[in-house]
Write a protein that binds this ligand. Structure first.
Ligand code: ATP
Length: 254
């Protein structure tokens, strides 16, 4: 196998992005990230440029509503794929503990061997009681292997957090009556549109941010319910699109 390891200088203006790309590409070799996961990651990077690579207040508002849903849930589940594992395993595990919620591995490019690899990677990072090795149930309305899910996980969940999902599964979860919380940098994606709450932010910023909101909202049930009832996903996505367009506008003449 060809190795592409390279030294990245900390002074490089794109240091963080380059380090992440290197890690993701190594995780392809390890069978954690699927090769096409790198393409999905690139699409995310492009949209993050349009946000100025920061969490904007509109995205933060959606993150707070997502946290409110996770605390209000009776059976919350965080669904984790290869990219989410490669990008922020520790932060997802920490969020699951804070809520508390179950974590379930669900892969687009499914094989029992790959599920085992991803589960072991998450367990080495500290995950406990992981779901996904056994997927006895199926969600209606999805053609791919992603229809598989664990009965005591996604199948029975009332609220599902789906970091980096495809639109088919997001839609199927919504039609199954679940509150769907997405993290997706593309405000035009089917996933963002099908969700109850789409947090349009980069995963490694969004997950700790949601955890911060979980901790703040833990003893504030009235605020949680108000946040949920006042939120409109389509309106929030429109604001996100406007914010991205604003960044593309030429700077006013001085
Ligand atoms: P749709 O939801 O319309 O079906 P898709 O499934 O075709 O879209 P993919 O490119 O397969 O989209 O999925 C990747 C999605 O995840 C993209 O929308 C991309 O913007 C988003 N994404 C990729 N990396 C990140 C990241 N680090 N943080 C947040 N979102 C990301």
């Amino acid at each position: 196998m060809v190795r592409w390891d390279m030294e990245i200088s900390k002074d490089h203006p794109r240091y963080r992005s380059l380090v992440t790309r290197e890690r993701m590409s190594r995780l392809v070799d390890e069978g954690i990230v699927a090769p096409t996961g790198l393409i999905a990651h690139g699409r995310g990077e492009a949209f993050d440029y349009l946000l100025g690579e920061r969490t904007i207040p509109v995205a933060d508002a959606a993150a707070r509503v997502a946290a409110a849903h996770l605390l209000e849930a009776s059976h919350p589940v965080i669904s984790v794929n290869g990219n989410a594992t490669g990008l922020c395993a520790e932060a997802l595990i920490s969020l699951a503990r804070a809520i508390p919620a179950r974590m379930e591995v669900n892969l687009f490019h499914y094989s029992t061997e790959r599920v085992e690899r991803v589960c072991r990677y998450l367990e080495a990072a500290g995950a406990r009681d992981l779901l996904g090795r056994r997927q006895e149930s199926r969600l209606d309305g999805i053609a791919s292997d992603r229809a598989r899910c664990a009965t005591e996980g996604t199948y029975q969940a009332d609220v599902v957090l789906i970091p980096l999902e495809d639109g088919d599964r997001a839609g199927a979860l919504a039609r199954a009556g679940k509150v769907v919380l997405a993290i997706d940098l593309n405000p035009l994606s089917r996933t963002a549109a099908e969700s109850s709450v789409a947090v349009v932010d980069e995963l490694t910023r969004a997950v700790p941010n949601i955890e911060r909101h979980v901790n703040e909202l833990r003893d504030r049930p009235e605020e949680r319910r108000a946040l949920i009832s006042d939120f409109n996903n389509a309106r929030n996505l429109e604001r996100m699109r406007k914010a991205m367009c604003a960044l593309l506008e030429p700077a006013p003449n001085k």
